[in-house]
Design a protein around this ligand. Structure first.
Ligand code: ASP
Length: 469
């Protein structure tokens, strides 16, 4: 039966069978050592010249070959121990070796942390890049964070609901990824920029407490550290105040850090709540980095920013746009007051919107929603939607709100960014298993790529001549 590296010490004096990759091979005169790597770590294996056949087979081994080794677990000679790894006081005296799969020489070093290697090469061979311990640790911690979130919210009575990825566009201020319909020529689905409308419809459905670890898709120019798809922890609650949403997310992240990152210190508890206007005038940014020592990755300065303006002027489109999204509730009593204030000074209307900022990054954002269908329609209208557009784009939501809608609000947290900060990684690509490159390509699978004429025809799509290869 296969034994993992981390468990060999319990088998001292006994036979053990290990399977994994050759991490390194060292020839010390007549002795050949290999470090055998599996998911739990590394085991030192020794081949002595006594068994000639076995010894010459071991001579052939190269890094990254997959092998099965049988041998007797013994103590390492005094002075040769490695206290840093669980198997560091033991080694295997090999009695049998089976080469399962040979490997070409990897295109780059897998033993380093990889930071010195060009990203293009790392991405093209991501499955090799992910073999390095740093990348494995990032994925392991990501899984633990997901598990922690699921347990915490389930214990708080939240229901995890999956919403569709193939649906209708929800405006979050970015461009949609579209999917052409084969069955309905000329019609398109959109990938969700976030599950915003679905989660609000779940509140109409009476779920009351929803969460999802959801994939979001935004077709933006992949500037800097953005990805075409990213993961959000998405939350929505009914009969809730802004204060309750903030306390919930604060508790969740505080307990998560305490359990999974005990070496990190949260600077302020409770998290300070700062006014948008004050933050802007003091730091000239709505996501200030308020750590005492910006070189100290173990310091976590969480702050809430509240009282955002509802609208900002969009010069390019010559219209007022929602700072957050149109579903956010402006701080007004009713539609009449809203219209009056909008005509007086749109920039002065504030919203029940909040962001959570960590070390200079926005790690969550949300709002209390407008549930009065008249007020919501008025917000859509001042943002430049004609009545017929409103019906076509948001009619389903307005109609749903006419069937008994509870007051509700929520928040969403960009998990890639949060995990990157917690793992002390400089960008989110380091904590995503298969990210796109900075210019939106998957170099490993080669996407985006051409498709056949037949596929295009089925989808009723003609690609402009000059763009066809
Ligand atoms: N859907 C929003 C976003 O993606 C978050 C929210 O309002 O809950 O930013």
């Amino acid at each position: 039966m296969r034994v993992l590296s981390k468990n060999i010490s319990a088998l001292e004096g006994k036979e053990a069978e290990l399977e994994g990759w050759v991490d390194v091979r060292r020839d010390h005169g007549k002795l050949i050592f290999i470090d055998l790597r599996d998911r739990s770590g590394i085991t030192q294996v020794v081949f002595t010249p006594g068994n000639k056949e076995l010894h010459s087979l071991a001579e052939k081994l190269r890094p990254e070959w997959v092998v099965k080794v049988t041998g007797i677990v013994g103590k390492r000679p005094a002075g040769m121990e490695n206290s840093k790894i669980p198997s560091g006081y033991h080694e295997i005296q090999a009695t049998d070796l089976n080469i399962i799969s040979e490997a070409k020489t990897p295109p780059f070093d897998l033993a380093s942390d990889g930071r010195e290697i060009g990203e293009e090469t790392r991405m093209k061979y991501r499955y090799l890049d992910l073999r390095r311990p740093r990348m494995r640790r990032n994925l392991v911690m990501r899984a633990k964070i997901n598990k922690f979130i699921r347990n915490f919210l389930s214990d708080e009575d939240f229901i995890e609901v999956e919403t569709p990825d193939i649906g209708k566009s929800t405006p979050e201020g970015a461009r949609d990824y579209l999917i052409p319909s084969r069955v309905y020529p000329g019609k398109f689905y959109a990938l969700p920029q976030s599950p915003q409308q679905y989660k609000q419809l779940l509140m109409v459905a009476g779920l009351e407490k929803y969460f999802q670890i959801a994939r979001c898709f935004r077709d933006e120019d992949t500037r800097g550290d953005r990805q075409p798809e990213f993961t959000q922890l998405d939350i929505e609650l009914s009969f809730v105040s802004q204060d309750e949403v903030l306390v919930l997310i604060e508790n969740l992240f505080t307990k998560m850090v305490e359990e999974l990152y005990p070496e990190k210190k949260i600077k302020w508890s409770p998290f300070p709540r700062l006014n948008y206007a004050d933050v802007m005038s003091k730091y000239n940014s709505d996501k200030p980095d308020l750590r005492d020592d910006k070189n100290n990755p173990n310091e976590l300065a969480f702050v809430f920013v509240v009282n955002f303006p509802m609208f900002e002027w969009k010069e390019t489109e010559h219209r007022w746009d929602a700072v957050h999204h149109p579903f956010t509730k402006p701080n007004v009593k009713n539609k009449e007051e809203f219209i009056k204030l909008f005509h007086e000074a749109p920039e002065k209307i504030t919203a029940l919107q909040y962001d959570l900022v960590l070390n200079g990054y926005e790690v969550a954002g949300g709002s209390i929603r407008t549930t009065d269908p008249e007020l919501l329609a008025a917000v859509f209208e001042v943002m430049g939607n004609k009545p017929e557009d409103i019906k076509e784009k948001f009619g389903h939501l307005l109609e749903a709100f006419s069937y008994g809608v509870p007051p509700h609000g929520g928040i969403a947290s960009g998990l890639d960014r949060l995990i990157a900060i917690l793992q002390d990684e400089p960008n989110i690509r380091e904590v995503i298993a298969f990210p796109k490159t900075g210019d939106g390509k998957d170099l490993m699978m080669d996407a985006p790529s051409d498709v056949s004429k037949e596929q295009l025809k089925e989808l009723h799509i003609k690609v402009e001549e000059e763009k066809q290869k």
